[in-house]
Design a binder for this molecule. Sequence first.
Ligand SMILES: NC(=O)c1ccc[n+]([C@@H]2O[C@H](COP(=O)([O-])OP(=O)(O)OC[C@H]3O[C@@H](n4cnc5c(N)ncnc54)[C@H](OP(=O)(O)O)[C@@H]3O)[C@@H](O)[C@H]2O)c1
Length: 288
Amino acid sequence: MDLELSGKKALITGGSRGIGKAIALELAKEGVDIAIAARDLDALDSAARDIAPVMGRRDVGARAFGPGLRARRYNLSGIGRNLVAVRADTTSDEDVQTLVEIAADELGGIDILVNNAAAPGGLVGGGLAHANTDDLLADIDTKVVGYLRCAKAVAPYMQRQGWGRIIIIGGLAARNSGTYSGLRNLSLVHMTKTMSSELGQYGITVNTIHPGTTITERSGPMYEAQAQQQGVTREDVEAQLASGIAVGRIIDASEVAYVVAFIASPKAGSVTGEAIATGGGVGSAVHQ
Ligand SMILES: NC(=O)c1ccc[n+]([C@@H]2O[C@H](COP(=O)([O-])OP(=O)(O)OC[C@H]3O[C@@H](n4cnc5c(N)ncnc54)[C@H](OP(=O)(O)O)[C@@H]3O)[C@@H](O)[C@H]2O)c1
């Protein structure tokens, strides 16, 4: 199936590593021009240098530009593609506004927004007695309000062109009790449906993708540390995690990216306002 993504333009927040970077790589492979954003410009630079070869250019030069030299444009001249990295904190209205202006200018518009920037697991992991309210507000500011900031800034571009895809990376903590930070993922489901109802008339779809436990660059060291703590092997830790997953293995970030690429495609125009899990069938609860 041709996903018809070639020539589209995507902004991916949290694109410097993990799931966001995997999504940027997958969309780039599909012929999409890419803007990635995060707070650490060096990490963005390193991700951009991994993305450029997928777009057809190795050893790219970069030019810094923008207020406070917060952006880098990668030299893909001659192959008709665009790649840009922008330092931005999605908890700041001003940063988000500047980010979206730079991305739209550099790419010539924005067709796809992937809202992904947030701390996996969130900041409030303990019980009620230890739940820090400032941490919970920070979680909500980054993941719920941060995603809304980006959607609010990008939507006018999509409305003007009469087409767009807003993809919200949530998390399966939305469907399980356990951590207070999990409530941010459920809030995203409500926001998804509300936005999809408002923006559908402009040809814009809005969907949440809920990853479960997902393998990223963080996973190896994290499983090693858990194994040491528990006095078991890393393989034991991985087997324990996989045992609760219907497909019997931990899902890789690239597999989340495949689903995002489909939802970003013009072929997925019938899907909006939905929350789609990519956790490999973890858990036994039934969801309508
Ligand atoms: N990995 C999992 O198992 C898993 C499971 C369920 C859901 N998720 C969700 O998937 C998304 C990505 O997770 P991940 O595992 O890929 O995380 P990660 O490897 O820690 O990457 C997070 C990305 O977001 C950026 N970021 C964080 N806060 C930001 C802010 N305020 N402004 C701009 N950028 C920010 C980070 O860069 P800087 O720090 O440089 O800003 C980084 O690029 C998150 O929404 C997470 O909750 C992950």
